[in-house]
Design a protein around this ligand. Structure first.
Ligand SMILES: *Cc1c(COP(=O)(O)O)cnc(C)c1O
Length: 378
């Protein structure tokens, strides 16, 4: 089955109970038992719900893993995955991970004895030098947010296996349509499904796929024990979003290529960050491990004032956090998504005050370019 077909026919594409071609919303908390324990696979909706199950089967199929899990947000998914570890364990993470991931590791999960180190994983030597006897996993985000650095997943997973570590990949930016970390050797892949998978800025959700029965059992135990599940309405919305993922991403990729070309040649733009550019330091790895470069672009306009001016002039780019939806969004990471990262750390990473991040949507590319042009030149 080709990828676009799998998005539509993967998982449980229609309801076995009724034949409904769209999987229904089972808005229900509990299920009748024919005698104690005599049920049809569902007992209580924290443990399992048919609509959530249909979504979990779908994401499992499109990521190519053993089992899928749906959570109430990307952060709930990330937290559940880290809860696979024990007090005293250590995890090595990509240094410019999503701000919320940095926050949960350093302000919440550290209080439960889970230690973390952040390194530039796009250079594997940085990982090797941080491996300790208690290290349990390498957690990669690739491409990263907002500088779009790329880590070689296959090489990192190989290194992890040599040291008996799990490889976890946050695949939010690439999506399973462009990149499949499990095929590249990762053990766990996770998503903020709030972004491209939902795709319409109308649902907050997280998804996880694991590559072994053992991890599936362990993660289901955490999911059921801690309870951060996704509800049936939102599971339905995500299935609906995923059906059109392929066509949305193909169109966004074309829009993004046109916008990058425009930005790259504009005198008001100091630097453009996009893995599709041949000048991007990780371009070759991006090309090797992903089928597309994505719809996220960052560029530096030199100062916070220039960034503010741009934000106030654009019409089609909505100033908002989040990404990956049909409408184009614009943000300044230093003061928005990455504000929870301390200023000196932001400076180390290169997240300057003049850095602007756009999430390219599905509007006409000519309108988007015209909009950026008038805003940059006003
Ligand atoms: C948004 C995001 C998250 C967090 O997901 P929520 O759904 O907002 O909880 C995690 N990782 C990345 C890369 C993200 O963009």
């Amino acid at each position: 089955m080709k990828r676009k077909t799998q998005l539509i026919h993967g998982g449980i594409s229609n309801d076995p109970a009724t034949g409904a071609v769209t999987f229904p919303i089972y808005q229900v908390s509990t299920y009748k038992q024919e005698g104690v324990g005599g049920h049809k696979g569902f007992e209580y909706s924290r443990t399992g719900n048919p609509t959530r199950n249909a979504l979990e089967e779908l994401i499992k199929d499109i990521e190519g893993g053993k089992a899928g899990f749906a959570f109430g947000s990307g952060m709930a998914a990330i937290t559940a995955v880290i809860m696979l570890f024990n007090s005293g364990d250590h995890v090595i993470l990509t240094d410019d991970v999503y701000g919320g991931t940095f926050r949960v590791m350093t302000k919440v999960l550290n209080r439960f004895g889970i230690d973390s180190t952040f390194v530039d994983t796009s250079n594997l030597e940085n990982i090797t030098s941080e491996i300790r006897p208690n290290t349990r996993a390498i957690y990669l985000e690739t491409p990263t947010n907002p500088l779009l650095k790329v880590t070689d997943i296959e090489a990192a997973a190989k290194l992890a296996k040599e040291h008996n570590l799990l490889t976890i990949v946050d695949n939010t930016f690439s999506t399973p349509y462009w990149q499949n970390p499990i095929e590249l050797g990762a053990d766990i892949v996770l998503h903020s499904a709030t972004k491209y998978l939902g795709g319409h800025s109308d649902v907050v959700a997280g998804l996880v796929v694991v590559n072994s029965d053992e991890l599936a059992n362990d993660l289901h135990f955490v999911q059921n024990s801690t309870g951060g599940i996704l509800g049936p309405q939102d599971s339905f919305l995500l299935i609906r979003g995923i059906r059109t993922l392929g066509i949305r991403l193909e169109e966004m990729e074309a829009n993004t290529a046109a916008i990058v070309e425009f930005l790259n040649g504009h005198p008001g733009v100091k630097k453009v960050y996009y893995p599709g550019l041949e000048t991007h330091p990780n371009h070759e790895i991006a090309k090797k491990q992903a089928r597309g470069f994505g719809g996220m672009v960052s560029f530096d306009v030199g100062s916070a004032e220039n960034a503010d001016k741009l934000l106030s002039k654009v019409h089609y780019f909505t100033l908002a956090e989040s990404l990956g939806a049909v409408e184009s969004l614009i943000s300044v990471p230093a003061r928005m998504t990455h504000a929870s990262i301390p200023a000196e750390r932001r400076a180390e990473l290169g997240i300057t005050d003049g850095l602007v991040r756009i999430s390219v949507g599905l509007e006409d590319a000519e309108d988007l370019i015209e909009d950026l042009k008038q805003a940059l030149e006003s």
